[in-house]
Each structure stands twice: as structure tokens, then as C-alpha cells.
Design a protein around this ligand. Sequence first.
Ligand code: NAD
Length: 496
Amino acid sequence: MSQVLTPCPNFIGGEWQTPSGASTPVFNPSTGDIIAECPAGGAAEVNAAVEAAHAAFPGWRDTPPIERARIFFKYRQLVEENFDLLCKTVSREHGKTHAEARGSIFRGLENIEYACGIPTLLFGDSLKNIARGVDCETINLPLGVCVGITPFNFPAMVPLWMYPLALACGNTFVLKPSEKVPLCAVLLGQLLEQAGIPKGVFNIVHGGRESVDALLTHPKVKAVSFVGSTPIAKYIYDTATKHGKRCQANGGAKNYIVVMPDADVAKTVENLSTAAFGCAGERCMAGSTAITVGAAGDRLMPELIAAARAIKVGPTDRAAQPDMGPVITAAHRDRVLSLLASGEKEGARIVADGRGVKIADAPKGFYVGATIVDNVQTGMTLAREEVFGPVLNVMRMDDLDAAIELANKSAFGNGAAIFTNNGRAAREFTMRVKAGMVGVNVGVPATMAMFPFTGWDDSFYGDLHIQGKEAVQFYTQQKVISSRWFGGDVGDVWKK
Ligand code: NAD
């Protein structure tokens, strides 16, 4: 029986438009069914969206920040009222469990709340009398048309990292969501329209590389925010900056969690398991490698293996919820399986095996069960590459120095965490580990809206990160105004 497909229009100049050309299928990963067709996009659609955003810029820039903030207060309310629908859309197009989807939308909502504070976030500095009779002030002005290009793994949260703050700063925006999960973006756009965003201020253009390239090279685009895999992040950063745009490009990751011998076993297992297998491991902050120090490995492994084996995998698009959903596509599942096969071939041991998991009532879904690989060694492909699936590598080291040295060899630098009861070990780790976001007994130290998302090395290309005050700086340019009024000394005007 053929399914009714969910519409997936572009949003350009305040009009919802479904182009008639090529498209790519959007799957429900729980069932393997096609649920929508995502328009392929391209230069014509991108040009129309950028032109609409460019035309809307002067009016939006000159709208007082408090009035812009009011739209985001309204938007916040609408997102909250539509929370369940958004969660179901995330589960349906991405495969997150309802609980994971709720968490992700909540993180997105916090970004809208942060944007509501724009009148104070935009404050500049001023100093009277920097020279005799001369005053100086800095003002923070928007850039113009900003662009967001987002990945599949957080269909609502990552777009929400970008456009609420960019718009609140007075910019206009073109969002290019992942072609694998475009439906949440459409829903979020409809809610923003309902909140009263003026026509052309916010636009959505779908598609893949062709749309991206047209955005990166369009002369009227001023800034590009990107989140996705490292090779594409590097390409985006190089191309955008070559074309004179500001760019912040978040890439992939391989995050290490060091477990010290004194760590609380039950709490560590619970956190490690969530960090590795939450969202089926499809998180840039997933704790994908545990480095156990000394006796920690033998203390931890029996409970860790039992926890992984107890994780129930299944479809997330119905009322009864599993512990973990599918991965995004059949091709991605096959990649995860092939990385596991390479690890085994190179001498690692699969001690909790999620391969070959079969779901009776969803036989065509894209499933991999929670998997733990022990004895992973530095040179292995599995140790180097981002797996982005429900796979936890275990590497064993003799002491904290060796564990830090191992973690610091990674080309990435997104997150790292330590589990210990020893403050001295925690301090040493937080100071020396080469990662932008560090957790102490926190398995997924992903930052909230008021702090920047501070990836390092191959996890980030750019200067100013997404979220927090750094993002306000990214989405604004400063002007410094020095003023002098001729006619005498201070007080003269009052004498007349
Ligand atoms: P991806 O790089 O394949 O795609 C991201 C975006 O780039 C999509 O919108 C896609 O359409 C576009 N794109 C893909 N190939 C392109 C090409 N050749 N030219 C131009 N544009 C292209 O990433 P993904 O698979 O959707 O997402 C998963 C990746 O994102 C993982 O590596 C994950 O670690 C990373 N990620 C990073 C963060 C972070 O903050 N560091 C957050 C979430 C996800």
C-alpha cells in the first residue's frame, strides 16, 4: 500500500513553494518506508531565497530589538504548544526515541529563550571624553543575509542553534536543512511564520550539494553557519571564506571518556551507556571510546556489557517506546557494520554484539544494537574514525598520563570526560585534555544555549563558535563611533 507523503516545500519570501523538479526520498528509519520527497533545490531556488532575504533586511534591521524579541517570545510559546508534534516529527524522520526527541527540542527551545534576551545581548560599550570633548561608543550591527546548513542528527535542535539568534540580532536568514530530515525544519518555519516573522526574513531552501554551493558563493550572503561531518565542514569553511564570508563550521568528533579506578561503577556504567548509546550513538558529543585506567576496566566491564545487552532496540514511531531507535539510513547501518568488521579483523573483541539485530514488526528498519568493542588499539580504523552509531570502543591504559596522551592524539577535539572521585585527577584531566567541552562525571558535556559549543581542531573551523556570546559576536559587526561637538568646552551650551 502506497503511503501519503508529507509535503516538504521550500519557504521563500513568505511563500511555501513545492518545486516540481528532482527530489530525494526521506525515510522513516524505523520502518524503512519513504515518508516524503525532499526537493533537490539548486541555484534558482537559492537565488530567490537570498534575494528575498536581502530585500527584507533593511526593514528587519531597523526593527527595534525589543520588537524582534517579542516575536521570539511568541515563537517560544508556539514551539511549546506544538512540542508533541515536533517530537513525533523528529522520531519519525530521524528515529530518536520520544524521550530523546523531547530532550533535543528542549535544548532547541533554550536557544529561542536565549534569543529573547537580545535587547541586553546587543548592548555596546561607551566612554565619555576619550579625548577632550570626544566621546566614543561601540554599537553591534547585524551583517545581512546569514545562512545555516545543518546535519541529519538533530533535525530541530541544530537549526535552532542558529536562526533564532541570527534573526534576533537583526539579520535575515536562509536555512538549508539536511535532505535526510527536512520535515522538522518545515514545521519550525510554519511556527515562525505564525509567530509573525515578516516575509523574507526567514527562508528555507532544501537540497544537497548544489544548494549548498549556490549559498556559499552567492555574493549577497554575508555569513555561513554549518554543522556536519569534518570533510564537509572543511570544504564549507574553505569555500565560504574564499568567497569573503564569515564562517563557523562544526565538524565530526571522536570523544573519549576516561574512567579512573576509584570511579563509582554503577553511576559510571549508567552514564557511559547513555553517552555511547543515546540517540543510537548519532551525536557529535557521543562518548564513543572509554579509556579505562588500571583496575577500572575489569571492575567496569561486566556491568557495562550487561547494560548494553539490556538495551531494547526498536521502532520509535509508535506509542510503545524502545530504549534505542534505528540509525538514519540503510547505507549508514552498513557503514557501522563494516567498521565493526574491520575492528574485529584487526584484533579487537566484540563483547556485546548488536549486529544482526532483527525487529519482527519492522523488518525493513535500519537497526544496529548496542555494541561494545574491547581491546581496541590506537592504529585501528575503528579507533580513528567517527563511527556515529551505537558502538563503544574500550581501550585500556595503565595511568592517567597515558590516558590523556591517548585522547590527545585524536585529530578531533569536540568533547572529553572523566569519571572519578578524585579532585586532583579531575583537575589534571580538565586542564590537559585537548577538547573544547570537558565533563567531570558528566558523560555528554554538550553546552547549553548560554555557553558556546566549543569544538577544537578537526571538530571546528572558524573563530567564533555557535551559541552564547560568541554567537552574538558572530552574527554582528561592531562599529565604533567617535563624536565631537564643536563650540567650546563642556558646559558652554548651558551658559547661553
Ligand atoms: P554531512 O556533512 O553529511 O551533512 C551536513 C550538511 O552538509 C547537510 O545539510 C548536507 O546536505 C550538506 N552536505 C553533505 N555533503 C555535502 C557536499 N559534498 N557539499 C556540500 N554540502 C554537503 O553530515 P551528516 O551526516 O548530516 O551529520 C552527521 C555529522 O555531523 C557527524 O559527523 C557529526 O559528528 C556531525 N555533527 C557535528 C556537530 C558539532 O556541533 N560538532 C553536531 C551535530 C553533528
